[in-house]
Design a protein around this ligand. Structure first.
Ligand SMILES: [Zn+2]
Length: 257
């Protein structure tokens, strides 16, 4: 098949990248190594054994319980855009032959913000892992808690954190992968409770975003809230390039199995 001449522009360095090269390099810029947005389905293909994914809770979706302006339209728009019914894909898959409970967020769905559906899906995913004594992998991306769901969104922090505690007591193994961007209540709950926390290079991870923090202090340190700085300060355990993510997961899960 002839190679296409179409190109895309790197968001970080503006280099023109051939689409074929971009896809083959897992949407990582070959010039500056910037890790571009990946959908939940693309991440699933990247890390699980082909054809092994069994989706759960596919019919959970958000409703506009607070009658928040324009929320139903935004939900409809992003269902059409992402092919997902909610901001997270979850189920059971094999990784290197090991059955694993997995949940993957998608920032293309209302900014990956964490509403009641993410909380319920994460919680059920953890409970399935606990029941089956399976390793658990959660790939997080989050613009914070979903303001359109108010307290219903905020209470998901306590619910998911409680499920993580129960899972941790059972002695199985939770790998939390943080990708760009992961902010707000997700960081303050299930995302930070992994036995191992892996970040993609350059991922921004934090609670309040840099603009909010900058309003409280004059100058922010270099690499503020970036994976490399978080590794230095012990908030993440390792940084793994997207091309090495699947093998790293296989190695970790095999090690503890
Ligand atoms: Zn680049």
């Amino acid at each position: 098949m002839p190679e296409t001449s179409a190109t895309i522009s790197c968001r970080n360095c503006d280099t023109q990248i051939a689409v074929d090269t971009f896809v083959k390099s897992f949407k990582v810029c070959p010039h500056c190594d910037y890790h571009h947005y990946m959908s939940a389905y693309e991440r699933l293909d990247l890390i699980v054994d082909a054809g092994s994914f069994e989706e759960y809770d596919a019919n959970l979706y958000s409703i506009d319980s607070l009658e928040f302006p324009e929320y139903p339209q935004k939900l409809e728009r992003d269902v059409a855009k992402t092919g997902l019914r909610s901001e997270m894909l979850s189920g059971i898959a094999k990784i290197g032959g090991h059955s694993t409970a997995i949940a993957i967020g998608d920032v293309g769905f209302i900014g990956g913000t964490c509403g009641s559906v993410i909380g319920e899906k994460v919680t059920r995913c953890i409970e399935r892992a606990l029941e089956g004594q399976l390793p658990l992998v959660i790939v997080s991306v989050s613009g914070g808690m979903r303001m359109q769901e108010g307290t219903l969104a905020l209470m998901q922090m306590a619910k998911t954190a409680a499920a993580c505690v129960e899972y941790a007591k059972s002695g199985v193994f939770y790998i939390s992968i943080v990708t760009d961007p992961t902010f707000g209540g997700a960081t303050a709950s299930y995302t930070s409770l992994g036995d191992v926390i892996i970040a993609e290079p350059g991922a921004r991870v934090g609670f309040a975003g840099p603009l909010a923090v900058a309003s409280l202090r004059e100058e922010l340190p270099e690499n503020f809230q970036k994976a490399e700085s978080l590794l230095e300060h012990g908030f993440v355990d390792t940084i793994v390039h997207r091309a090495d993510m699947r093998q790293t997961l296989i190695d970790l899960i095999t090690f503890v199995s």
